[in-house]
Write a protein that binds this ligand. Sequence first.
Ligand code: SF4
Ligand code: FES
Length: 258
Amino acid sequence: MTPKKMGKKKAVTREPTISFVPGVANNLHATIFRYNPSMDFVPRTHTYTMEKKEGESVWELLSRIKHRHDGSLTFRGNCGNGACGGCGIKVNGKPTLACTTQVASSLDAHNTMRIDPLDEKSVKKDLAQDETLFFAQFLAVKPWIQLRSNEHVRQHKMSLQELERLDRAPNCHMCQLCNTAARTDLEKELGPAAFVKGYRYARDMRDGDVTRIKLLQSHFPVHYALKSANLCPRDIMPGEKMEWIKKQKIGKSTERSK
Ligand code: SF4
Ligand code: FES
């Protein structure tokens, strides 16, 4: 029998099972979203009881669970220090990077915490997202320099002022936290991360394309949480970038003058 594809509105079953670590008094209880589309009919949760470790990040806790207790647990992440942007998850419902979030500050009075994927509707396995849509949105905004038709490829050293125009947008490490926080429907609208990427090139003095801004404006989310969209571990303020793009007045030309 083949497991059914996860329906959009299917509720997560709350049937926590416990992995006891015998003889450990100083325990924490991490309830983690689990879903393997090739085996599970519906998502479930599993509560792992683990020894508390001082100074441990959520990413280190997940690694400890995976390597010492349950090798089937799947999550993303690479650098362990907030650089790669790969470990985005929800801790107690809040989008965050697992590797920069301390376990100690995530536990409640009963030493419990909840860990979920950024978007339960598009899970590849457990905490790992299916990123197909996310990267399709990036490609849609043409994230590369498009020269004006009368310009030739040449070396262009950016001045400090030209760099400042980009307003930290090049620092985006594509963690997707802003997309989750803004609660946009990525199947219908572009998320804040795509706007940040579009902004980065639209503000670049070397770029002459205006179709990118037109595309972003025509796919501007109808409802989105502006304040939440500014949630960003790199302090890029994605919501502000969206508002800037919304206000741009573009004529019929497909090229911008300098
Ligand atoms: S803008 Fe910030 S929150 Fe959004 S994807 Fe980039 S780094 Fe992550
Ligand atoms: S593991 Fe790279 S940002 Fe968290």
